[in-house]
Design a binder for this molecule. Sequence first.
Ligand SMILES: [Zn+2]
Length: 267
Amino acid sequence: MSFSEDQINRYARHILLDGVGGVDQQQLLDSRVLVIGAGGLGSPVLMYLAAAGVGTLGVVDDDVVELSNLQRQIVHSTASVGTPKVDSAKISLAAINPDVTVVPHQMRINVDNAMDLISDYDIIADGSDNFATRFLVNDACYLAKKTLVSAAILRFDAQLYTFKAHEQGDEGHGPCYRCIFPEPPPEGQIPTCAEAGVLGALCGMAGSLQATEVLKELIGIGDSLSGSLMIYDGLATTFRKISVKPDPGCRLCGDNPEITDLTIHQG
Ligand SMILES: [Zn+2]
């Protein structure tokens, strides 16, 4: 461990934290996190992970910044409208912390690239905005044995999960996304943020929680959110933490898995 004087200053509030310290800060600097989507959730996730000194941040997004993004996607600025989100994010994150290497992946994560993308990283943070991607990322992370910290937002509500069903603990393994939601809902049944709207600040709240869980997983502190589902109701200002069990009949992580590769996501 050899911090520069600037690094000791920059990370002072981590280094003096009870239960964190210099070794864990070094661990963060050596860590690689892939963030899927540089949007409402991805923005705060990326900014807090960059500020925390997570050494390598991969960003997957194929969109360009639009004016209607700026109400919540705080990693982008008015000047970056029209530029690819991965480039805009890279400029903002470099300005926050030059210790961090940002790897832009200007693409949509899909059945052909998912395993390659994910295998390069320690932890995956999913901030995508559609069910097809969420199921693909869940399946790919399980098959690649990567911890997945996932969040979802709509209107005034947010949900947060950590999945590491590949990891066996004393009491077996935790659930995956398919244990809770076996299949994507029928198209059009649940509106998207583009259809139903979302309170901008709620994305920041959910993304900050997501970044907190990623940091906890990276340095192994506190209680993992694996095995629980966190639901935030922004209008009522309530948090509910619900225990979720693995489903032995789960097609992915159950006793007799049917999904052993990503072909289910083809076509
Ligand atoms: Zn499962």
